[in-house]
Design a protein around this ligand. Structure first.
Ligand code: OXD
Ligand code: MN
Length: 593
């Protein structure tokens, strides 16, 4: 029975049901009883596997289809009535054509299945930041994941009342046919359709589709921002907490940074780090003239491989209960899970992510095809179980932002950290971000591509307009955060990372906050301000000051080479790139000489 009388909702659900023809419709009320029953049902069909409930209470394992393991950027579309509004970087399809094409794929796609109606909220229900969505899906896996990643249930319908202001999401696994897989967005209709996939980033419609693509479009219209950013709070020994947001492309360590454990030198003095979010930030200008951020999500959809008790003990602890693991190794000896980089003790009696017996002795680090867990295998874990979750996590007003950090995976070029010269220059710095691609999306891994503000796959409108929106927002924030760029991934001649990364990244964050407080000097370079090497605390690190100087070095020749790539990228973005960014490019060129 429908859980609401809201005509906007019921009429739409009826229409979608008439097209997809499910055998029955089940409304998700958010209760533990209903979710428990769904878990049991999914276990009985093999959709999920119940793990060892003593070691991993309320934890489950799921395997996707082998052809369905990552976001599919090539099959992701923004369907605006005018092509130019989607821009050159996004794939575009005419909305009418797209509705017609996908209607064929959705027609009868739920026959023999149940349609679940999931009312959900991005951010705390009733908060000034909150936006509501309803996802219709034929996948219990999606229901269970959405119940972790968002706030799900009847209170969302109550908050929505009689209104029609919600995002209409339709998902069907259909036949999981790769050739007919589509993730499409109709920003002008508040609508998302996703078909023929079961992979999280393609089907948990609250996440990338709503909270980034549709929300960035709404943010442009309504004067706020939706960004691919973590949010962390850094507490000093006096108990004062400063908040930083940071944008990195997928699988570049946002979850690790958001949950970092301070190195001993800071821990002993009483510093702490609190996690507000690991992937998405919604940002609004507060009455006090500062920029305020919330994490619209309620959980973490983190990359499993490489997560261990050194790289991210907090994430690991978070996954010890109430977690859904996807595409990791199943350890049959104790009915638990394993992935590459968890420990040096791979299970002897195991099933790999494809569901086949896995012989760890044949595992060769250099050959990804021998991995037991897929390189983009994931855990879906609840924020409430994170040992370092911020006390402000559920604050409806969010947290004030002191610094914004951009960062990519660059073997050379970008120094460990630099500060932009102004908001406008900071927007330029974000717009020229480049990073090596990772397994989070299908396609080649390790290729450098431009990924402005880490939003290349997620901006729901023209990228030039998106840059203009950043510049506009700067004018509306009297008390602006300072903007920085970091690169944890510089390598030596043998390809080894030079900077230790992980918890030690806090040393860089400390410099960033000291700059925001006006407490430390910097060295001016053509690209911005870099630290004096002695201002980054290396206590307890096996890294010489000379090596650090090397990491902070700005190689003018490499940057001169970079100029052409930036110009080429701006041309590709098209004629909506704001003149201010071309001015910044010209000034950079002049400073490089
Ligand atoms: C993610 C991604 O899952 O960026 O967060 O792909
Ligand atoms: Mn992400």
């Amino acid at each position: 029975m429908a859980l609401t009388n809201n005509k906007f909702v019921t009429t739409w659900v009826d229409e979608m049901a008439a097209m997809t023809k499910p055998d029955k419709i089940v409304w998700i009320d958010g209760s533990e009883e209903q979710l428990a029953a769904l878990r049991d049902e999914a276990c009985s069909t093999g959709e999920i596997i119940k793990l060892n409930q003593e070691l991993l209470p309320n934890c489950y394992l799921h395997r996707t289809a082998v052809n369905d393991v990552a976001r599919v950027e090539g099959r992701t579309f923004i369907c605006t009535s005018k092509k130019e509004d989607a821009g050159n970087i996004n794939n575009w399809m005419d909305p009418k054509e797209c509705y017609a094409k996908l209607t064929k794929l959705f027609t009868g796609s739920m026959t023999g299945r149940t349609m679940y109606v999931i009312p959900y909220s991005m951010s705390v229900v009733g908060s000034p930041f909150a936006k509501y969505g309803i996802e219709l899906t034929d996948s219990i896996y999606v229901v269970l994941n959405m119940a972790i990643m968002t706030r799900v249930g009847t209170d969302v319908l109550e908050a929505l009342g009689e209104g029609g202001d919600f995002i209409k999401g339709l998902h069907s696994k259909a036949q999981l046919d790769e050739e007919n897989r589509y993730i499409v967005h109709f920003p002008e209709d508040n609508t998302i359709w996703s078909v023929n996939s079961g992979y999280g980033g393609n089907v948990l419609l609250g996440k990338k589709c709503f909270a980034l693509r549709i929300a960035s479009y709404l943010g442009k219209k309504e004067g706020w921002m939706a960004e691919h950013m973590l949010i962390l709070g850094l507490e000093n020994p006096e108990g004062e907490i400063k908040y930083i947001t940071a944008a990195f492309p997928s699988a570049c360590g946002k979850t690790n940074l958001a949950m970092l454990i301070p190195p001993t030198v800071y821990k002993e003095k009483g510093y702490k780090v609190w996690c507000v979010g690991d992937d998405i930030a919604w940002l609004r200008v507060g009455d006090d003239g500062r920029l305020w951020a919330v994490n619209p999500e309620n959980g973490f959809f983190g990359v499993a491989p490489g997560t261990n008790d050194k790289s991210n003990p907090n994430a690991l602890a978070t996954t010890k209960r109430d977690t859904i693991f996807t595409n990791v190794v199943h350890n049959l000896d104790n009915n638990t899970v394993w992935w590459e980089g968890l420990d040096n003790d791979p299970p002897a009696n195991a099933i790999d992510w494809k569901g086949n017996p896995w012989d760890y002795k044949k595992y060769d680090k250099k050959d990804k095809s021998t991995c037991g867990a897929h390189p983009n295998s994931r855990f879906t874990a609840s924020a409430k179980n994170c040992p370092c979750v911020s006390s402000e996590f559920n604050n409806p007003n969010g947290v004030p932002v002191t610094a914004i950090v951009f960062g990519g995976r660059r073997a050379k070029t970008a120094p460990l950290v630099y500060q932009s010269r102004s908001w406008q220059h900071g927007v330029f710095v974000g717009s020229i971000m480049a990073s090596e691609t990772t397994a989070a999306a299908t396609g080649a891994v390790g290729v450098v591509r431009r990924d402005p503000m880490a939003m290349r796959p997620f901006a729901g409108y023209d990228m030039g307009d998106y840059f203009a929106h950043w510049l506009e927002m700067g004018k509306k924030i009297p008390n602006k955060p300072l903007i920085f760029n970091v690169n944890w991934f510089r390598t030596d001649d043998e390809g080894h990372f030079i900077w230790p990364g992980f918890g030690d990244n806090m040393r860089v964050l400390m410099w960033i906050l000291a700059r925001c407080d006006g407490k430390v000097d910097a060295v001016e370079t053509p690209i911005g301000f870099v630290p004096k090497a002695e201002d980054i605390d290396l206590t307890g690190l096996d890294l010489s000051i000379d090596t650090l100087k090397g990491l902070l070095d700005v190689d003018k020749d490499l940057w001169k080479d970079e100029l052409a790539g930036i110009e080429e990228f701006y041309k590709q973005v098209g004629d909506r790139v704001p003149q201010e960014l071309y001015d910044e490019l010209a000034e950079l060129k002049a400073r490089l000489g």
